[in-house]
Design a protein around this ligand. Sequence first.
Ligand code: HEC
Ligand code: HEC
Length: 188
Amino acid sequence: MRASFTWSLMVVLGLAGCGGASSGSEGGTGTDGTTGSEDDIPTAENWEGMSHDDKAAWMAQEVVPRMEALFTGHDADRYANFSCRTCHGEGAAHGDFEMPSRSLPALHPTGSPEQQAMVQQYRPMLVFMYQEVLPTMQQLIGAPDFEEETGGGFSCFACHPHAGDEGTTPLITLEPAEAAADEAGDAG
Ligand code: HEC
Ligand code: HEC
């Protein structure tokens, strides 16, 4: 069920005890020495009502510098060329900024074996996504909190498509056993 994806992810990551999903106001939650301070993150006034150009300008001025800092803090090599494309894909080059982005891995539904494999295989990335990327993005555009009952509000699926959606590429997950071996092999 889509509605419970974020919640169930928190539970399996062991983060469920520490407050509501994406409260966006707790600072310093980074687990790896990155500064998770969200105090100085601005919020776009009336994001929904902004023109396309104003949204693009907000992205360039406020979103990209902050997100670049987060992503390079998480993995400097992988995100050395951070840009609009990191989130929006190749389409960004010709003005296609539609979100969720087909260029990002599509996430598998709650309770599926693939989702379980994802948690095992991508744990550090998921903690980063959940604790830093998601609340920062939410605050930057002033999006409403995720609502467990309705599945509305800001979630992973503001950026990532659902696995199975047309034209998307599902997140590659190894078999659980392989993933464990992989993690042991190159932990990092
Ligand atoms: C960290 C990820 C991220 C990066 C980097 C990023 N964006 Fe975005 N962008 C988003 C998200 C998420 C949305 C959708 C927000 C929403 O739900 O309305 C969005 C929406 C937009 C929109 C509005 C799209 C529409 O159809 O109305 C534009 C325009 C845009 N981005 C331009 C840019 C530009 C230009 C850059 C680079 C300067 C950029 N973005 C970089 C995440 C990102
Ligand atoms: C603001 C947009 C945004 C949000 C919100 C977001 N992600 Fe991501 N996610 C990204 C970007 C950008 C990447 C990096 C893609 C790349 O490396 O090219 C990514 C990568 C990933 C990956 C791939 C990891 C890998 O190593 O290849 C997974 C898994 C993932 N995200 C899961 C999630 C989950 C689960 C959530 C919700 C808790 C979430 N993301 C929320 C933008 C976002």
